[in-house]
Design a protein around this ligand. Structure first.
Ligand code: MTE
Length: 323
């Protein structure tokens, strides 16, 4: 991708326990220069057409955001993060997304925002990103299948986008939709895998929570196709299936959206899907998890370790039940 700002280069091995909120916002002085450079005209064209990932044109400029890590959290390698994936649009095996997503074209990309809001419209992702400060968030990602990783995402809080579109008082939820492009996404050629397009949803207060993040990159580079290029949600206190990839449509609604996995198996997957070690999946325990790269299983944390930031939103709920 682009030029890489040395100051910006994080040595991931340097990430120390509880560094967390400490070094929140290190503003990179030259960020606007880099953003306008790499999203402008010709250079951007190169990105849009870049077939291979990891080339120079994929590098993002970003501010050091905050990370909330525990002392025993270690970043997963880029190889782990980009080769062990769930993205059924490309197939159901963990290696399908990295092996079968080469033909997917993430740019140009627009996100259609509508429903119960005063200011509906489209976001041209390239224009939008060049005007905002991207930040990094290092989050644990816990899949409902009981594996987990620690991933350095680049993006913006979802709340920033929501405010721009001015949801009406009647809007209580927000629905997200993944692109439907069976020519480029081989898994979508079969309706037996999932009913396409993939749908997810959040309650509006969850969507406005500061942890809820729209990622456009990881490990300092644009999102690889297999991780949900060019824009995906990351909701670290919920099971990974809520973190919908390759979003093309956002709708403010009055009713709770019917998310794809709940539609498929309502007795196994809920709407809220908050990580909860006390409530087992009907077919397996959720009390422990396999951190990718580790030998022994580790205990699963309530809300995936983000209780302080999110538990106030669920004060009336019985946390021994599945939602
Ligand atoms: N989004 C779409 N559109 N399709 C999917 O199959 N899988 C989900 C989620 N988002 C999925 C999706 C699941 S089950 C998980 S665990 C995470 O993406 C995995 O994200 P990762 O591959 O970047 O680790």
């Amino acid at each position: 991708m682009f030029l890489r700002n040395k100051k910006n280069k994080i040595s991931y091995s340097e990430i120390t326990p509880k560094q967390s909120f400490m070094d929140r916002r290190k503003i990179i002085s030259s960020s606007s220069f880099f953003l306008s450079g790499y999203f402008g005209g010709k250079l951007f064209g190169n990105i849009a057409n870049a077939e291979s990932l990891g080339n120079k044109e994929n590098t993002l400029n970003y501010n050091r955001g905050y990370s909330v890590l525990n002392s025993d959290d270690v970043l997963n390698s880029k190889i782990d993060v980009t080769t062990y994936n769930n993205f059924y649009e490309f197939g159901t095996s963990k290696n399908d997304p990295s092996e079968k997503s080469q033909n997917f074209k993430p740019f140009p990309w627009t996100v259609d925002v509508g429903g119960l809001c005063l200011n509906p419209g489209e976001i041209d992702l390239r224009d939008y990103i060049k005007d905002i400060d991207l930040e990094e968030r290092i989050y644990r990602l816990r899949c409902v299948e009981a594996w987990s990783m620690v991933i350095p995402w680049i993006g913006i809080p979802l709340s920033k986008i929501i405010k721009k579109f001015e949801p009406m008082g009647s809007a209580k939820y927000i629905q997200f939709e993944t692109i439907y492009r069976p020519k480029e996404m081989p898994g979508q050629r079969s309706r037996r895998i999932l009913p396409w397009p993939y749908i997810e949803g959040l309650r509006l207060d969850e969507a406005m929570n500061d942890l809820t993040f729209l990622a456009v990159g990881l490990y300092g580079e644009l999102l690889p196709n297999q991780n949900g290029a060019p824009i995906r949600l990351v909701i670290p206190w919920k099971y990974g299936f809520k973190s919908i990839k390759s979003i093309v449509k956002i709708t403010f609604t009055k009713e709770e959206p019917l998310n794809t996995w709940k539609r498929m198996a309502p007795r196994e997957y809920g709407f809220f899907a908050n990580v909860n070690p006390n409530v087992d999946h009907p077919r397996w325990s959720q009390s422990r998890e396999r951190r990718i790269g580790e030998f022994f299983r580790r205990p699963t944390l309530m809300f995936n370790g983000y209780t302080e930031e999110v538990s106030h939103m669920y004060s009336g709920m019985n946390l021994n039940r599945y939602y």
